[in-house]
Design a protein around this ligand. Structure first.
Ligand SMILES: NC(=O)c1ccc[n+]([C@@H]2O[C@H](COP(=O)([O-])OP(=O)(O)OC[C@H]3O[C@@H](n4cnc5c(N)ncnc54)[C@H](OP(=O)(O)O)[C@@H]3O)[C@@H](O)[C@H]2O)c1
Length: 280
């Protein structure tokens, strides 16, 4: 089981428990949050608690999440901001892939402007656009890296085949796919990342569904250990692989504090295996 507190990608070392800033927006990840001041507090509190890796995207809001991060935390010091591009937003809960190189370049430029950076710490392709040749999308990432517009490149929502194809064009340091104790569809991608030393950023890290509900398998284990389901989910992820970099998101300080405390939860092997063996 993995116990390392940090993960290093490119020239950046971060603590393995980050923060996801998607929820600092309005309903449907659209527009401004109702409690803007509260969201700014969450960001500042995250850094106080030791978080030094914050995940966002141009499409969260759109633009709102990046704007709030800049307002709360610029200049960022040792904190790394990982953003993404590659999705159009046409309304609440609407996400449309757009991997045209000129669009990805525009969004990189606009993230630089909003975040107030000369080079983005980590620029992730949000999703490969099936309507644009993949090599054109990967080639643009390579160009941005070569030009110094971005310091490192990541992918999101990819298969192993897409990851291998991308790596033939550009160094890929992280992959961000949906993964948690009750959703292991990306297990082969995680295994590939671990073998290659690529960071794996599981989105939707807090397990849900029947196992996490009151009386479910995960809930029972959490009660036995005096922790919450969210904490147990995060602790299991951290133990699962040394390349795992969870980014639980929340718009509430109380949930943030609860999630960050999960880094201190030590799982014994029997509990780790019990969670590993749970199937929905
Ligand atoms: N690459 C992708 O395609 C993709 C897709 C989705 C997300 N992401 C990234 O991954 C991050 C995490 O994703 P996510 O799917 O978990 O979305 P998220 O928007 O960050 O949401 C987490 C949800 O869980 C709740 N929550 C958080 N901590 C909790 C706790 N301790 N107890 C109870 N509820 C809690 C939050 O509610 P409260 O606000 O009320 O706490 C919120 O509704 C996002 O912020 C984003 O950065 C990436």
């Amino acid at each position: 089981m993995s116990t390392s507190e940090t993960f290093t990608y490119a020239d950046q070392t971060v603590r393995r428990l980050g923060y996801g800033a998607m929820g600092l927006t309005g309903e449907g990840v659209w527009g401004y949050p109702k409690d803007r001041a509260g969201c700014l507090n969450v960001l500042r509190r995250a850094v106080e608690l030791g978080v030094d890796f914050i995940d966002t995207a141009d499409s969260y809001g759109p633009y709102v999440s990046e704007e709030l991060i800049a307002e709360a935390l610029h200049p960022y010091g040792h904190v790394r901001i990982a953003t993404k591009a590659g999705l159009l937003r046409t309304g609440p809960n609407k996400w449309i892939a757009c991997g045209r190189p000129d669009y990805l370049r525009q969004e990189c430029e606009m993230s630089l402007r909003r975040l107030g950076q000369e080079s983005l710490d980590l620029f992730q392709l949000h999703r490969v656009d099936d309507d644009v040749p993949a090599d054109e999308q990967f080639g643009l990432l390579r160009a941005l890296l070569d030009e110094g517009k971005v310091r490192a490149v990541g992918l999101s929502n990819v298969t192993v085949d897409q990851l291998v194809a991308a790596r033939a064009v550009v160094p890929v340091v992280t992959v961000q796919n949906r993964y948690n104790a009750t959703d292991r569809h990306s297990e082969t991608v995680l295994d590939y990342c671990e073998a290659q030393g690529i960071g794996f950023i599981p989105w939707y890290p807090v397990a849900s569904g029947s196992l996490a509900r009151s009386g479910g398998g995960l809930d029972e284990l959490a009660r036995d250990h005096g922790v919450t389901v969210a904490q147990l989910s995060i602790a299991w992820l951290l133990a699962r692989s040394p390349v795992m970099l969870p980014i639980p998101g929340t718009s509430q300080v109380a949930h943030l504090e609860e999630n960050c405390a999960a880094a201190k939860v030590t799982l014994d092997r029997a509990t780790y295996e019990a969670i590993d063996g749970l199937t929905a």
